[in-house]
Design a protein around this ligand. Structure first.
Ligand SMILES: C[S@@+](CC[C@H](N)C(=O)[O-])C[C@H]1O[C@@H](n2cnc3c(N)ncnc32)[C@H](O)[C@@H]1O
Length: 348
């Protein structure tokens, strides 16, 4: 432990100060961290030598605008709630054991942690453990006081069999293809027996795959050259990592943005999508210009569109097949559909 004491782990926090903070404030989660790993110093050096586009907002990054969009936790809460129900095996979160922990491997600055609070309230124990390789993401989660850890999906700094659930979601395609199996093997290693792994991404050839390739890749300053998943690819990782119990489903996972009028709801949706995907080569920096926003609206109408939801989990009667606006009470909700590919596996 002495060797890594002074390592600058987060942009504004040493590893030593991080460890003390975790032990003091998040004891249940800190006991899972492998502080006495034989090669901890090497693992940290490898982690800190990497950087990705989710750090700042310069030519190489879009982290700030991503974090700005995620202040609106409600926008993705429908799909996230379905992910929780799957990972909790439909148990009421109130009755989860006190030491239950779910690792959110690609957790950003704690979107799923905050979504848990929004859905279930702050009275019950929040089991979400936010993890991410980007220093600015974990620095921000730390600022919110959320249990968090900076680590790579491919090399988790956690003990064997220490997690009840593991989620790889909202960005799994960012893990290089040749390292994805390693990330699933790591998830298998840290899961307790009977723990669930959930992998969420988009299917190659789907509406979202086209959106990323033809719109995000073109208009984000960082591009978006990341291959999505096929069902066969997800299945092969489960099998090779040693999971015997697994299945692949499709999940309704829309964006829903509300405001006090139709126009404001559309405007807020455009801000959300422009920031989330960092489409600055199209809409510029904020405040986005209105004629550019109109172009973005046309693209959203073209790409976020589905013809059927046969066997898509969560796509009930209220699911929309294209951009729609509904009035609920005094709020107008602009909703655009997305269908995600979700792989589920149980360790036995
Ligand atoms: C699209 S963001 C999603 C963040 C959050 N889950 C959310 O939904 O708002 C993807 C995140 O994955 C992280 N990431 C990408 N590759 C990673 C890897 N190999 N290991 C850990 N984190 C990674 C990025 O730093 C980024 O914060």
């Amino acid at each position: 432990m002495r060797k890594q004491k002074k390592i600058q782990y987060l942009p504004r926090l040493s590893f030593d100060d991080y460890s003390k903070w975790m032990v003091r404030n998040h004891q249940k989660f800190s006991t899972a961290v492998w502080f006495d790993h034989r090669d901890l110093k090497l693992l940290l050096e490898d982690l800190l030598s990497m950087s990705n586009e989710f750090e700042g907002n310069d030519d190489t990054g879009r982290g700030e605008s991503y974090r700005e969009s995620q202040k609106n936790i409600a926008a993705r809460v429908k799909g996230i709630k379905s992910l929780f129900e799957i990972i909790f095996s439909s148990q009421d979160p109130k009755s989860l054991p006190e030491n239950f922990i779910v690792l959110d491997v690609l957790g950003g600055n704690g979107t799923l942690f905050r979504a848990f609070e929004l859905i279930y309230g702050t009275e019950i124990q929040n089991p979400m453990f936010t993890s991410d390789m980007a220093g600015e993401m974990i620095q921000s989660a730390y600022g919110f006081g959320i249990p968090c850890i900076r680590q790579k999906a491919q090399n988790l700094l956690l003990k064997d069999q220490s997690m009840d659930g593991v989620i790889l979601a909202y960005g799994t395609h960012h893990i290089p293809k040749k390292e994805r199996l390693q990330a699933v093997q790591e998830a298998h290693r840290v899961l307790k027996n009977l723990g669930n792994l959930l992998i969420h991404d988009f299917e190659i050839g789907s509406a979202m795959d086209h959106w990323f390739k033809e719109v995000v890749h073109r208009y984000s300053p960082t591009g978006h050259d990341y291959p999505h998943f096929s069902k066969a690819e997800m299945n092969s990782y489960f099998i090779e990592a040693g999971f015997r119990n697994h299945e692949i489903i499709e999940l309704y996972d829309p964006f829903c943005v509300s405001a006090t009028s139709e126009e404001l709801a559309i405007d807020a949706l455009l801000d959300y999508v422009g920031n989330m995907y960092g489409l600055h080569k199209l809409v510029g920096e904020k405040p986005f210009q209105s004629e550019k926003k109109f172009q973005l609206l046309k693209l959203i109408e073209k790409y976020f569109r589905y013809s059927n939801f046969d066997s898509v989990l969560g796509a009930g009667e209220s699911a929309t097949r294209e951009l729609s606006i509904k009035k609920t009470g005094d709020q107008f909700i602009a909703e655009i559909p997305r269908v995600a590919l979700v792989g589920l596996a149980k360790k036995d």
